[in-house]
Design a protein around this ligand. Structure first.
Ligand SMILES: Cc1cc2nc3c(=O)[nH]c(=O)nc-3n(C[C@H](O)[C@H](O)[C@H](O)COP(=O)(O)OP(=O)(O)OC[C@H]3O[C@@H](n4cnc5c(N)ncnc54)[C@H](O)[C@@H]3O)c2cc1C
Length: 572
């Protein structure tokens, strides 16, 4: 029988957040072990091949991480990370206009200039990267510091760099309020609102105007106006992080589900693996820290258990509300490629790849009324659609068919579409039960096809060779770390950001058990899509606690405030 293993740090969960913190800590010279339940790491950043030669993304495909310090600090270019710099020209696409039921509505100058201003593009010099880092790549302030207009990082950046955007209300507004102040046409605002809703912080939630708007800005590379897509997609990006972690000595063990975090004398000292884990020893010990890179429900309600936690804390964890929508993801293999309907032909000019696969757009964006109708079904009624397919909003992701090295779009038997995504009710909160969508999947697929066919030709049955679709529930099952059905890992409304996320006690990534930290999209600011943000933010805390001692390559967030009585993460 193999012996138990021992490391400085044990990371539970080999998704992008778990692997990134492993890479950071291994680079600090610590011995690190990552334990992953599934046969393959990557979490919700994976590529699958459901039919030989057809590679599709069941979930993550867009890059929201471009401003992350981790690219430099972990030197991901050395580990195979490659960005495709111009997969699609977002500015050209924007110029094509917003897609409405009547056709394309051009963006006004007010739309363009207002939006650019909000994103820091009009600063002299532009300060987009600084703004994004201030908003997402900075740990929440310590509990002894009251969060004010003066010390909120993005407020500081606007005040200094674009004072005409700064106002006290900025921290109270919805994104619609913000856009009403700075942009012009309703179709433009509806597109941006939908993109924000699908990216985390929704446009109709109060108090998250800037995080919501910047979620959308994150899709565009700061300063270049281009969408940023990693070669090999998000899974390719994950591979670079994985390689980096391994290169610095991290040990990665797959098929090793963790059942329990072992606590001795009030301190997390290791983990116990499930009986069927592919590792002889059943325990993996941690000299310095256990980092849970899986969701907060598993971490606190299952792996840690009530004997180590205050009942009030447990109740708070149970009460964390994840009630956002999730995504229904559909990809088609068709005989003839999909094509825009004649009234949207102008979109072809901005389509990418030799097959000109339609990509990257929101439909229908006539007005915010449509947005609200869709939001009411998903966020309000929490049931299946009451909006007719003609008014159901969807987006077509920038497909990975952007260069000839990607087999998507080049299948010898047909053409692979970009992924269509529609916000749907989270299964866990569906009024008709969590399998409500699965029970009527054929109907859902037909509904989707009708919705997409409002703007595209080629979705008739004769032309479809295969359709791969995943309901919210199926998306959850694909990824054992996903809960609540929500792809963003919980809502990003005011009480789920910054010092409130997911509850104030956990905001600085420390668990209420010594030696235990959290590093999952559900458990810390900003969560979800800003990949490499949680691990970077957590690094500040691990330095404060004397666990990590990085080399010269480390730099903290300029807006970081050290916690009293701790080691500052600002290098001396
Ligand atoms: C439909 C969909 C679309 C998305 N689109 C995008 C996108 O376009 N761009 C983007 O940036 N992000 C996107 N995301 C979100 C992105 O995938 C997540 O934010 C990211 O995967 C979160 O990383 P994580 O490491 O926190 O968690 P996860 O990816 O959930 O990883 C957690 C890992 O822990 C493992 N695990 C769980 N329990 C245990 C256990 N007990 N023991 C050991 N291991 C365990 C899981 O198997 C998993 O590998 C999307 C998500 C979904 C669902």
């Amino acid at each position: 029988m193999s012996k138990d293993e021992r490391y400085d740090v044990v990371v539970v969960g080999g998704g992008p957040n778990g692997m990134t913190i492993a890479a950071y800590l291994a680079k600090c010279g610590l011995s690190v072990c990552v334990l992953e339940e599934r046969v393959e790491c990557g979490g919700a950043c994976e590529t699958v091949e459901p039919m030989p030669g057809v590679r599709i993304y069941p979930h993550a495909m867009l890059m929201y991480a471009a401003p992350a310090p981790g690219f430099e600090q972990l030197e991901l270019h050395k580990y195979g990370f490659r960005m495709v710099w111009k997969p699609g020209d977002a500015i050209a696409q924007g110029t094509a206009g917003s897609l409405t039921t009547e056709g394309i509505v051009p963006q006004s100058d007010e739309d363009k200039m207002g939006w650019a201003k909000l994103g820091g593009v009009l600063g002299q010099p532009p300060f987009t990267k600084e703004l994004m880092r201030a908003t997402f790549w900075c740990p929440p302030h310590p509990p002894e510091v009251e969060v004010t207009d003066e010390n909120t990082p993005y407020m500081q950046v606007y005040k200094q760099r674009q004072p005409d955007v700064w106002t006290h209300e900025l921290r109270e507004w919805t994104m619609f309020d913000l856009m009403d102040e700075h942009c012009g046409t309703d179709p433009f605002k509806t597109v941006m609102a939908f993109a924000a809703w699908a990216s985390g912080a929704a446009a109709h939630w109060e108090g998250v105007a800037i995080p919501a708007a910047l979620c959308v800005h994150l899709l565009i590379l700061p300063g270049t106006g281009n969408l940023s897509l990693p070669r090999g997609g998000l899974h390719g990006y994950f591979h670079a992080i994985h390689r980096c972690a391994v290169r610095h000595g991290a040990v990665v063990r797959t098929t090793c589900p963790v059942d329990e975090i072992i606590v001795a004398d009030g301190r997390a000292v290791g983990v116990r693996l499930r009986e069927n884990a592919a590792l002889g020893g059943r325990k993996v010990w941690a000299n310095k820290a256990v980092i849970s890179a899986v969701d907060h429900q598993q971490t606190f309600l299952k792996m840690l258990g009530p004997q180590h936690l205050d009942p009030g804390f447990i109740q708070k964890v149970k009460d964390i509300s994840l009630k956002n929508g999730t995504l229904y993801v559909t990809t088609y293999l068709t005989k003839k490629p999909l094509q825009w309907k004649p009234k949207f032909k102008a979109m072809e000019a901005v389509a990418v790849g030799p097959n000109k696969v339609p990509m990257g757009t929101v439909y229908p964006a006539d007005s915010r009324e449509i947005y609200y109708e869709n939001a009411a079904d998903v966020d309000g009624r929490k049931g299946n659609f009451t909006v007719p397919p003609e008014r159901a909003m969807w987006f077509l992701t920038p497909s990975q068919a952007f260069n000839p090295t990607d087999c998507q779009g080049y299948h010898p038997r047909g053409h692979v579409s970009a992924a269509f995504e529609m916000n749907v009710t989270s299964p866990d909160y569906h009024v008709d039960g969590e399998d409500a969508q699965d029970k009527i999947k054929d109907e859902m697929d037909a509904f989707m096809r009708q919705a997409f066919s409002q703007a595209l030709d080629g979705l008739d049955e004769d032309n479809i060779i295969h359709c791969w679709s995943a309901t919210g529930r199926e998306v959850e099952f694909r990824n054992t770390g996903l809960i609540g059905g929500t792809w963003s890992g919980s809502r990003h409304c005011k009480d789920q950001l910054w010092t409130q996320r997911p509850i104030p006690e956990l905001a600085r990534y420390r668990a209420p058990v010594d030696g235990l930290y959290t590093c999952h999209q559900t458990t810390g600011h900003p969560g979800a899509l800003c990949l490499m943000a949680i691990p970077y933010n957590l690094m500040h805390i691990l330095i404060e606690d004397g666990i990590a001692e990085p080399g010269d390559w480390w730099y903290p967030s300029p807006w970081y405030i050290p916690q009293q009585g701790k080691i500052s993460a600002i290098p001396r």
